[in-house]
Design a binder for this molecule. Structure first.
Ligand SMILES: [Zn+2]
Length: 156
């Protein structure tokens, strides 16, 4: 995936980190839809070399726009941006949310039953902050389901 990230942005290491983060979160199906990867025998393979110039330009424009939104949402210059850590939720904050919620806020699954994840109620793509009020614990299956629906705060 890093190879792909670098392909998208060769000019700025900070952008590479950002792309890497975004690409890891993109489902394989989305990437397949963009013709970025192909799947054969359960192995996902990059097809970047096969992209046309236009397709590469479109992908690059898409990510440039995302970076612009991200920067604007934080009132940051590109210079500030390059100094930031890109860990979506820091380890201590993750721990804080997991100990606060303890179980999946949608189905009540415990960590013994499902892998628990810290979810952004308002997603970062929509400028949701890394703030305890915007974070909740979801199990992996619920989190996957949520990403296909509207933003929802499952806490009652
Ligand atoms: Zn759940």
């Amino acid at each position: 995936m890093r190879q792909l990230a670098i392909e998208f942005s060769k000019e700025d290491e900070a952008q590479v980190h950002y792309y890497e983060d975004r690409i890891k979160k993109m489902p394989v199906d989305v990437l397949k839809g963009h013709g970025v990867v192909e799947e054969a025998d359960g192995v996902v393979k990059l097809t970047v070399d096969d992209l046309t110039f236009e397709e590469k330009a479109n992908l690059r424009a898409m990510y440039k726009q995302k970076i612009g939104e991200f920067l604007a949402s934080r009132g940051l210059s590109t210079w500030d941006y390059s100094l930031l850590s890109f860990d979506p939720v820091g380890e201590s904050l993750r721990y804080e949310i997991l100990t606060r919620d303890r179980i999946c806020q949608l189905c009540g699954a415990t960590k013994e039953q499902e892998r628990l994840e810290v979810d952004h109620i308002v997603p970062r793509s929509k400028h949701g902050p890394n703030d305890p009020d915007n974070l909740q614990v979801l199990c992996a299956p619920c989190n996957r389901g949520k990403s296909n629906r509207d933003d929802t705060d499952f806490r009652s």
